[in-house]
Design a protein around this ligand. Structure first.
Ligand SMILES: [Zn+2]
Length: 210
């Protein structure tokens, strides 16, 4: 009886993992092109409380273009840099946030948080609470990761060349804590033509309260 119960659970857990893994394979092949809406979208947990912040005026900025996104060799200087030891990061972040932000991991497509978030507000860095993206630049790319066509402010992110996995991609990092956020591609929608493909677990969404 016990054995049957156990194998039932093992099967159920294995089934979920297989769906995410298959989705990763499919979407990794689609990483360099915009995908159409998928039927595999999974909703994020409904009982998760979204923090709120007062509505604020967003910074005005010039629209970015692909040519202006020059990959840099090293992290840009800031007066408010957040530098923690590996142990401190492990204490501060969830294992999944640590794997993405500090170890350059990627969450499985359609399995992360913030993908289906449609509220009005700001997406902050899950590592250092810096403003990274705003809801009005978020769009449904169909890739399985939260996608934006502009950052909150150009200086809040920085880009570097990523030659891992046999591809040349442009990595996006937080300019305050240097946390890995995702990648940017030149196949986004108007007006910038950019697709910031960001791990949902690297972001903390805060909704405008009024
Ligand atoms: Zn950060």
């Amino acid at each position: 009886m016990l054995r049957n119960k156990k194998s039932g659970w093992a099967f159920a857990i294995g089934g979920v993992a297989t769906v995410c893994a298959l989705t990763v394979i499919v979407t990794s092949q689609m990483a360099s092109m915009p995908a159409q809406a998928s039927t595999l979208v999974q909703s994020e947990p409904k009982d998760e409380k979204v923090p709120t912040i007062p509505r604020r005026k967003l910074p005005e900025q010039k629209m970015l273009t692909w040519k202006e996104l020059k990959p840099e060799e090293k992290s840009p200087e800031r007066k408010d840099k957040v530098v923690l030891t590996d142990e401190q990061w492990k204490e501060k972040l969830t294992p999944e946030q640590y794997r993405i932000l500090r170890a350059h991991g990627t969450e499985p497509a359609f399995c992360g948080v913030n993908l289906d978030q449609k509220g009005e507000g700001i997406y902050f860095c899950a590592g250092c609470d810096l403003e990274l993206f705003v809801s009005e630049t978020k769009y449904v790319s169909g890739t399985g990761w939260p996608s934006f066509f502009m950052p909150y402010q150009r200086e809040n992110v920085w880009m570097r060349s990523d030659r891992s996995l046999g591809m040349v991609r442009v990595e996006v990092l937080c300019s305050r804590c240097d946390g890995h956020l995702g990648h940017v591609f030149p196949d986004g929608p108007e007006p910038s033509g950019l697709r910031f493909c960001i791990n949902g677990n690297a972001l903390q969404f805060k909704q405008f309260a009024n």
